[in-house]
Design a binder for this molecule. Structure first.
Ligand code: SAM
Length: 263
């Protein structure tokens, strides 16, 4: 299966490099920075725990897991003209948005993700989406993939909107956790809070705790001195990765990143 959304920092391009570094065996799979879920969907394991602080991302996964066709039916009601795009984008400013039907909300998220500029999801400090419309001649929502991912998540996934430690609290010996946080010193505007060095240190403390419990951990991050020093006690390999999305949304560069493992 493939991601149903385009996501900044999505791992589709480096999947082979991640797969080749997986532990030889493990029980349950955890992805606490879910985003587009590229690795989780490629693996398709029996029992997975996925979470993200983004309520939009998690609501989408909860809805497709429950009933993908209801999301697709709502999506079919959203026209793709410029006027419609900006009307649908500004729904988050309406007073009733918090109580909007969750399936409609999921469809709106998928719509903005596919119709917005470069698949970028960006909110301003008030939490309102501010991505301009993309210039696409034809929009593909990947209807069959949405159904397949929905069926898979419905049968195999524990899905929660929370910060990473609240998911990994459930991890036990020989489970496997893949951490793909917002990278140090790069795009961190997934949500209004951001992810600073203090958060990177909190994440490292969680990696240490899991290591003590014999949980297998793999982590992606930027290749820089801060990250290399933080994880100096672990195995680190540097890789070359194409960054397709960054804070500008249009600057596509090659970047060095690291894969850290505790096995
Ligand atoms: C690099 S992306 C993950 C990309 C994902 N692996 C993929 O393949 O698309 C980082 C994700 O972390 C989420 N995030 C940011 N702060 C978080 C936190 N404290 N706890 C959990 N998730 C967080 C963001 O919403 C974003 O979806």
């Amino acid at each position: 299966m493939k991601p149903i959304i385009k996501w900044a920092g999505g791992k589709s391009q480096i999947l082979p490099l991640l797969i080749e570094r997986l532990p030889e065996n493990f029980n349950r799979y955890f992805e606490p920075f879910a985003g587009g879920l590229a690795l989780a969907l490629a693996l398709g394991k029996e029992e997975i725990f996925i979470s993200d602080v983004s309520s939009e991302v998690i609501n989408l996964y909860e809805c497709v897991a429950q009933n993908p066709d209801r999301v697709l039916a709502e999506l079919a009601d959203f026209a793709t003209t410029e006027k419609d795009y900006y009307r649908i984008r500004s729904m988050d400013k309406e007073p009733g948005f918090a109580n909007m039907d969750v399936f409609k909300k999921a469809a709106r998220f998928l719509y903005l993700n596919k119709n917005g500029y470069n698949g970028l999801w960006r909110v301003n400090k008030d939490g309102f989406n501010n991505v301009p419309r993309g210039r696409y001649s034809c929009i593909h929502y990947g209807v069959e993939n949405v159904r397949e991912v929905g069926r898979y998540l419905g049968a195999h996934a524990h899905i929660e909107k929370c910060s990473f430690e609240q998911t990994t609290i459930h991890a036990r010996e020989n489970d496997f956790v893949y951490f793909d946080p917002p990278y140090h010193n790069t795009f961190t505007n997934y949500n209004a809070q951001g992810f600073n060095e203090e958060m990177q240190r909190r994440l490292k403390a969680e990696v240490d705790r899991l290591t003590q419990l014999n949980v297998k951990v793999m982590l992606s991050n930027n290749d820089d001195i801060f990250i290399r020093e933080l994880y100096a006690d672990y195995n680190i390999v540097g890789i070359n990765a194409k960054r397709y999305l960054n804070s500008d949304g249009n600057n596509r560069t090659d970047g060095r990143e690291v894969i850290v493992t505790n096995y």
